[in-house]
Write a protein that binds this ligand. Structure first.
Ligand code: GDP
Ligand code: MN
Length: 397
């Protein structure tokens, strides 16, 4: 689950990370109130108006603006709220901005007085350890730094059993070229950042830029945060922050039915039980000349209701030309799945307007195939993976 910048900064702050303070607003009036409150809290006279959307590179797209008065806060907020913000990370049409956040201006007027760094904490799947990535080249997009000057990106692996060690925090601050008070501040910053990452079961905390001012304050100016969805049961407060307006509507709908759906660009919809089988099925579709239109794991239950929901979600994508159902019967029996497919097809009638191929294997697969063959419906059935592939190929050509 991804969070907004202002939410990420609230989490950081609660773990003792110094952040650029800000207040979220949905209208220009709220933005003005936010700015006034911010001045009471921090004494700031200038403000930064930032679009709150789940996409980076907002500055480049005109979603981050400096305001030197309350009137400018109003004007800029009025422009940014409701705009389609286009950044290198959005689709071509951009992303609708529902909210802005007003932040205190934390940059000192002379450019040389501000140093920007890059820092992120993330999971290194190859080593099964957490990793801190950091660079002196902050403020620009890290992919470009990685491409042009990879030697300016450092990584520090952290053993999850023992956590971030003092010597590692020191090494990071040292590699960033810091000494004295600034080194101590950076050590505090990275230690608190790592505890925020661990304490919220995150898979990513990316701070770009981390700012060091000329009087040696180190603070987070941006925050891109992802929380591991598997931890939702123990972070009710964090998952209450989810903003589904930022997510793909079909994926949100599927999620509400407990279906694990990811939309792809192809023409063959697939409905499968188990993630491993889903991956194999997508390979099979490719080999038979099609292209998977989605990943859909229906999990342990494939009854009529779930199959129908799955079909409807798959068919909401106009590119879909055929649906392949590939179910391995273990606890879920083939005959029940087949009955589910038959009932769903009958209930949907003409709404189910593409050929459906059902491949059943495992418990009661033969009984299941018979149910489909006897149903009188235009549903193709198969027992073998290869036969299913041939059928997909046939209906596409
Ligand atoms: P992004 O473009 O989506 O990564 O958004 P950021 O939050 O990183 O902001 C983009 C840029 O705005 C930063 O790299 C800074 O250069 C600038 N910026 C952010 N906060 C301030 C501020 O308080 N004062 C000034 N002058 N510039 C800021
Ligand atoms: Mn940024």
């Amino acid at each position: 689950m991804n969070l907004h910048e202002y939410q990420g900064k609230e989490i950081l702050s609660s773990f003792g990370v110094r952040v650029q303070k800000g207040i979220v607003a949905s209208t220009a009036d709220e933005a003005v109130e936010a700015a006034k409150k911010l001045t009471e809290q921090t004494g700031t006279e200038w403000y930064v108006v930032k679009a709150q959307v789940h996409a980076g590179g907002r500055g480049k797209g005109g979603g981050v603006k400096l305001a030197k008065s309350i009137d400018e806060v109003r004007d800029l907020s009025d422009k940014i709220i409701g705009m389609m913000l286009i950044t290198p990370q959005t689709k071509a049409e951009g992303k609708l901005v529902n909210q802005v956040a007003i932040f205190e201006d934390v940059y000192y007027p002379g450019k040389s007085e501000n140093e920007e760094y890059y820092m992120s904490v993330l999971l290194n799947r190859a080593t099964g350890r957490n990793m801190i990535m950091y660079s002196t080249e902050g403020g620009m997009d890290i992919e470009t730094v990685a491409e042009n000057t990879p030697h300016l990106i450092f990584t520090e692996e952290i053993d999850p059993k023992v956590g971030l060690q003092g010597f590692q925090a020191r090494k990071i601050a040292f590699n960033l070229g810091l000494s004295g008070v600034a080194l101590k501040e950076m050590m505090k910053f990275v230690t608190a950042l790592y505890s925020a990452y661990e304490g919220s079961d995150a898979s990513l905390f990316e701070i770009n830029p981390v700012l060091k001012t000329s009087d040696d304050k180190v603070l987070a100016v941006d925050a891109k945060v992802s929380i591991d969805a598997n931890s939702s049961y123990r972070h009710k407060n964090l998952f209450a922050l989810r903003d589904t307006r930022e997510e793909d509507p079909t994926e949100v709908e599927a999620d509400s039915f407990g279906l694990n759906y990811v939309k792809l660009d192809g023409n063959v919809g697939c409905m499968v039980n188990g993630a491993g089988l889903a991956m194999a099925t997508m390979d099979l579709i490719k080999q038979s000349g099609g292209d998977p239109a989605n990943f859909l794991d229906v999990g342990g239950t494939a009854d009529a209701e779930r199959v129908e929901k799955g079909f409807r979600i798959i068919l909401s994508d106009p590119n879909v030309k055929a649906i392949l159902v590939n179910i391995f019967g273990g606890i879920v029996r083939g005959d029940r799945v087949a009955q589910g497919v038959v009932d769903a097809s009958k209930s949907m009638g003409d709404a189910l307007n593409v050929p459906v191929i059902v491949r059943l294997q495992g418990t009661n697969a033969i009984e299941g195939k018979k149910i489909i063959d006897d149903s009188g419906l235009k549903v193709h059935s198969a027992i073998l993976f290869e036969d299913a592939a041939k059928l997909v190929n046939q209906v596409l050509s």
